[in-house]
Design a protein around this ligand. Structure first.
Ligand SMILES: Cc1ncc(COP(=O)(O)O)c(C=O)c1O
Length: 375
């Protein structure tokens, strides 16, 4: 069989299962982006980026270890570490790169890594790149994790890897419990704050800050392309760990540094997040309103305190049909299907942002209800 034929057969199979993807630009009211605080369109960030481009040009032209390094990267990393309450931080071009690089760097053959079954693909891929033993635990099952961590020994190090706010379910990991268990069992805790940074805690630094467990976390990953409105990601932790990444992390070393101007925009984003608390409060209030209204209308969703609201459909084709129909009515909501989520749990992932209003949510729920009642 020729390669083209093999691929075409695979594509037909994907299509038959209702899993074929196509690329579609934003269209209609935003119910699907991760621009939770609206910072991607903020004039202050745009201006900072323009200034950065004027000063530095566009591309960084090399790896951070070579001519791609700039003062603005070091400045924003210092600012981020202060914001996060860690000694140091390191800025990567994307969260995906940060996650695969971090896990590949620190996990060694004699180690064991414990991972939530719903962890993001970038965490899974990072673990796959290492030779450590992998143990997957049921989503948020604290007792199971405690038992596993106490009973499983190894010659090397133990690691627990979790998202803090889960990207497709919008639920929150019991991080205080994890911190306690990890301390008891000498386990290194790694937390992906992709969807939490910018939203929770006194300063908006994320759920680690909210639960006040900064001292119990080995490293956190904080994406900068979601609530922070730009792109890239910060790994935050102790100086020795960051120094090791600079020396060993393949996805950091063997890749062109981000556009320098992203650092300029991020400096402003961090200041805004820290000082404009009202924005994140408004977002979580909107989320509460939306979740309660869905339930009142018979569309059952969990009452988690987060801006990511999963509306479970189950069947992939049906999820796509409902999403397309809502898109045609002006709501940019997207269907999420396997392998992004487990089999038979296709859903609409509604992600809220501060630009929305209660009126829009009411309208959306009326239209959604009509879709559900359609034969
Ligand atoms: C939990 C989680 N981690 C990591 C990433 C990857 O981040 P990025 O989009 O910056 O590559 C994402 C986003 O897609 C995510 O949801």
């Amino acid at each position: 069989m020729k390669l083209k034929e093999r691929i075409q057969n695979n594509l037909v199979e994907i299509q038959t299962k209702g899993l074929k993807r196509k690329l579609a630009s934003p269209c209609g009211i935003d119910l699907s982006s991760n621009d939770y605080l609206g910072l991607a369109q903020d004039e202050r960030l745009k201006n900072a980026m323009i200034e950065g481009v004027r000063r530095e040009g566009i591309g960084s032209t090399g790896s951070r270890l070579l001519r791609g390094e700039r003062d603005c990267f070091a400045e924003v990393e210092k600012q981020f570490a202060e914001f996060k309450g860690t000694e140091s931080s390191l800025y990567f071009s994307s969260g995906y790169q940060a996650n695969i690089g971090l896990l590949q760097t620190f996990l060694e053959a004699d180690d064991i890594v414990f991972s939530d079954e719903l962890n993001h693909a970038s965490l899974i891929d990072g673990m796959r790149l290492s030779n450590a033993r992998k143990i997957i635990f049921r989503h948020l099952e604290v007792d199971e994790i405690a038992k596993l961590l106490k009973e499983t020994g190894c010659k090397g190090q133990k690691f627990l890897v979790t998202e803090s706010l889960f990207s497709m379910d919008g639920d929150i990991a019991p991080l205080q419990k994890y911190a306690e268990i990890c301390a008891e069992t000498n386990t290194n805790l790694i937390i992906d704050e992709a969807h939490a940074v910018g939203i929770y805690g006194r300063k908006g630094s994320g759920l680690i800050g909210h639960f006040k467990i900064e001292k119990d976390v080995f490293l956190s990953i904080n994406t900068a392309g979601k609530a922070l409105g730009v792109s890239g990601a910060f790994i935050a932790g102790d100086i020795w760990a960051i120094e090791y990444l600079i020396n060993k992390c393949r996805s950091f070393i063997f890749s062109t540094a981000p556009l320098p101007a992203t650092a300029d925009a991020l400096k402003v984003a961090l200041e805004i997040v820290e000082t404009e608390k009202g924005s994140r409060e408004r977002l979580l209030n909107l989320s509460r309103f939306f979740r309660e209204l869905l339930n009142e209308n018979g569309i059952l969703v969990p009452l988690d305190n987060s801006q990511i609201v999963p509306i479970l459909i189950g069947d992939s084709k049906k999820a796509v049909k409902i999403a397309e129909s809502l898109q045609a009515k002006g709501f940019d909501v997207r269907a999420i299907r396997p392998p992004t989520v487990p089999e038979n749990t296709s859903r609409l992932r509604v992600s809220l942002n501060v630009g929305l209003t209660k009126e829009i949510m009411r309208e959306f729920i009326i239209k959604l209800n009509k879709e559900f009642n359609r034969k």
